[in-house]
Design a protein around this ligand. Structure first.
Ligand SMILES: O=C(O)[C@H](O)[C@H](O)COP(=O)(O)O
Ligand SMILES: [Mg+2]
Length: 302
């Protein structure tokens, strides 16, 4: 049974209990380019109280560097080694977990942020933001020549998705032996300031269905991202909390990593998902409406 936070003393004791705060991004601190009310104030409060803050997002559309720029633009203090995106996790997985030779190329369904992280790890990328792949022209298999050096297809959130990208990824995954199929994340939806859109997981589902093979997912709830964090951030799991808006990614990620969890209802999870007759079996330790609720702590002396 979750503890539903509601009064100042409960928020104060949460602050005292945890030294490291892992924050999901979409639906927790922002929706698209709109900050969640109170999020900046709470993040500043945590830093003022000498808490470690880490951002852990399944959104593969930006590199850690370009997320740093977004944080700056939104007035949020953030340092590159505090930012962990699924694009970074996918690139680290290919380079350091499966040790894909750098002579192998990567076909990308995704944006320049995902390309950047793969290039940072030394991979030559195809597809992605290439105008020839972002075309609405019908795909001509007759004129397509397979690049035999492709060793992996990585699929992430891609607002420029085309039939050409799906077709080329399909060719690599079905015609190149042992071609790795990586999904940056399996989020079905993506919360924005104006409503919900199909998420990265819904794009890789097209390939999953077409080739009849599941991808390896490197985003939350998988622990690749936590391994990336552990490599750069020292933290005590018993005094660390994961804050998220999605039960089957953020909360499960925290629980699998041995962390306590706080669910907020500003993103994809609704009250009915946690209390209705079909409530999820994934039960967060704490629930609050919004991360902004923690502002009440500032009324108490530290
Ligand atoms: O790919 C997606 O569906 C979205 O990026 C999704 O919102 C994940 O972002 P997060 O909530 O993990 O920041
Ligand atoms: Mg989220």
């Amino acid at each position: 049974m979750s503890v539903r936070l509601s009064n100042t003393d409960e928020y104060v004791s949460l602050l005292d209990k945890y030294d490291t705060w892992l924050f999901d991004c979409d639906g927790v601190i922002w929706k698209g380019d709109s900050m969640i009310e109170g999020a900046v104030e709470v993040l500043n409060l945590l830093r003022h109280r000498n808490k470690k803050v880490v951002f852990v997002t399944n959104n593969a559309s930006k590199s850690r560097r370009s997320y740093r720029t977004k944080f700056d633009q939104l007035g949020v203090e953030a340092h590159v080694d505090e930012i962990y995106g699924s694009a970074y996790a996918a690139a680290v997985y290919l380079s350091s977990v499966i040790n894909l030779p750098k002579t192998k190329r990567v076909y990308v369904i995704g944006t320049s942020g995902l390309e950047e992280e793969l290039q940072n790890e030394g991979f030559f990328v195809l597809g992605g933001s290439d105008p020839a792949d972002c075309t609405l022209e019908p795909f001509s298999l007759e004129n397509f020549s397979l690049d035999p050096d492709v060793g992996a297809v990585v699929c992430g959130l891609d607002q420029m998705i085309t039939y050409t990208k799906f077709s080329k990824a399909f060719q690599y995954l079905t015609r190149i032996p042992n071609c790795h199929f990586i999904a940056t994340n399996e989020d079905s939806t993506y919360p924005t300031a104006h409503g919900t859109l199909p998420g990265g997981g819904s794009l890789s589902a097209v390939l999953r269905y077409a080739i009849g093979r599941d991808p390896v997912c490197t985003g939350k709830p998988q622990q690749v991202m936590l391994d990336c964090i552990k490599a750069k951030v020292s933290y005590d799991p018993t005094r660390t909390i994961m804050v998220g808006d999605r039960l089957n990614t953020d909360i499960l990620f925290g629980q699998t990593g041995g962390l306590d969890t706080l669910l907020v209802l500003t993103g994809v999870t609704t009250e009915n998902d946690i209390t209705g007759p079909d409530a999820s079996p994934i039960v967060p330790k704490f629930v609050t409406n919004s991360i902004g609720d923690l502002r009440v702590i500032s009324t108490k002396a530290n």
